[in-house]
Design a protein around this ligand. Structure first.
Ligand SMILES: NC(=O)C1=CN([C@@H]2O[C@H](COP(=O)(O)OP(=O)(O)OC[C@H]3O[C@@H](n4cnc5c(N)ncnc54)[C@H](OP(=O)(O)O)[C@@H]3O)[C@@H](O)[C@H]2O)C=CC1
Ligand SMILES: O=C([O-])CC(=O)C(=O)O
Length: 266
């Protein structure tokens, strides 16, 4: 039985709790949330994670694994200290690794604590294939992320375009995966994931598109190298609680957790 501290209980966190509720190998022992969310999440936990503590901090003992679904700042506040304490972590907010020196700090914390960081594939696929292709040598990796226009609300795209009146698919960003992840922390985690698995944050090219005609989150990877070529398109249904986030992200998180407790894993 893996005893989990879930960090964040928004769209992903709540959906994750529903998905793993009856898994005999996983026990959510703690849910770590901001002060303002404690009452709301304590009510949710009564049915979705009975017995879990709900507080602002990871308990001092009894936790085997930290699962982050809270955003970039929570990694700094909760994941880094947990890794140093010897508690491994599963991270959803992979784009955070494009910030400052967070990636090497996570590595140092995990080395010192003899723990491990698992970055989920999240809303995208073929991470295994591009990571393998990298070993033979990659020439080009382009990620294109297209979402409904309103999924770009609250992002820098809103300052440049009137999202509510767009009539055509519009490129809202073109550049490196590092810039994309830094400027669109809630919409470009997969850009960072693809980059970290392939050519790196600075050499992986990203294009982000707001499309008023789209009803799904469409992720495309075009890669080429010594292995040949890869062209992948996913058309993901968004979570009802958060149109920025695809349901596949939750399933990817569940799969990661199941692989940590399973005996025959794929
Ligand atoms: N890898 C991938 O493919 C994807 C990754 N993501 C990442 O997952 C994260 C979660 O996504 P989603 O659930 O849709 O987002 P939501 O905004 O629905 O939920 C995030 C939750 O995290 C909580 N939170 C924020 N900061 C902290 C903190 N320091 N400590 C504890 N809780 C905190 C918020 O609560 P409060 O309001 O109380 O602060 C909120 O309830 C996103 O921020 C994004 O970075 C998202 C989609 C895909
Ligand atoms: O959920 C998605 O479709 C992808 C996403 O938001 C991200 O990469 O941050």
């Amino acid at each position: 039985m893996l005893s989990i501290a879930l960090i964040g209980c928004g769209a992903i966190g709540e959906s994750l709790l529903k998905s793993i509720r009856y898994d005999n190998h996983l026990q959510v022992a703690a849910i770590v949330v901001s002060k303002r969310s404690i009452d709301r999440v304590a009510r949710l936990a009564e049915t979705l994670a009975p017995g879990a503590s709900v507080s602002e901090n990871i308990p001092d003992s009894g936790i085997d694994l930290v699962v982050e679904a809270a955003g970039h700042r929570a990694i700094e506040a909760h994941v880094l200290p947990a890794l140093k304490r010897g508690i491994s972590a599963v991270i959803a907010s992979v784009g955070a690794l494009a910030m400052d020196d967070l990636a090497p700090r996570l590595e140092t914390a995990a080395t010192n604590g003899r723990s491990q960081v698992h970055l989920i594939a999240g809303a995208v696929g073929a991470i295994d294939a591009i990571a393998a292709a990298k070993i033979g040598g990659l020439d080009k990796v382009l990620y294109t992320g297209k979402k409904p226009a309103l999924a770009w609300q609250g992002t820098p795209a809103e300052l440049q375009f009137n999202l509510a009146t767009l009539t055509e698919a519009t490129v809202v960003f073109e550049g490196s995966a590092r810039d994309a992840a830094q400027r669109f922390p809630k919409n470009a985690n997969v850009a960072a994931t693809i980059a970290l698995a392939s050519l790196g944050l600075d050499a992986t090219t990203v294009r982000l598109i707001a499309d008023p005609k789209a009803s799904t989150n469409i992720h495309t990877i075009d890669a080429s190298g010594a292995f040949g070529e890869l062209n992948l398109t996913l058309s993901n249904r968004p979570l009802s609680d958060n149109p920025k986030t695809s349901a596949l992200t939750v399933y990817s998180m569940v799969r990661t957790l199941q692989n940590l407790t399973g005996t025959l894993v794929i």
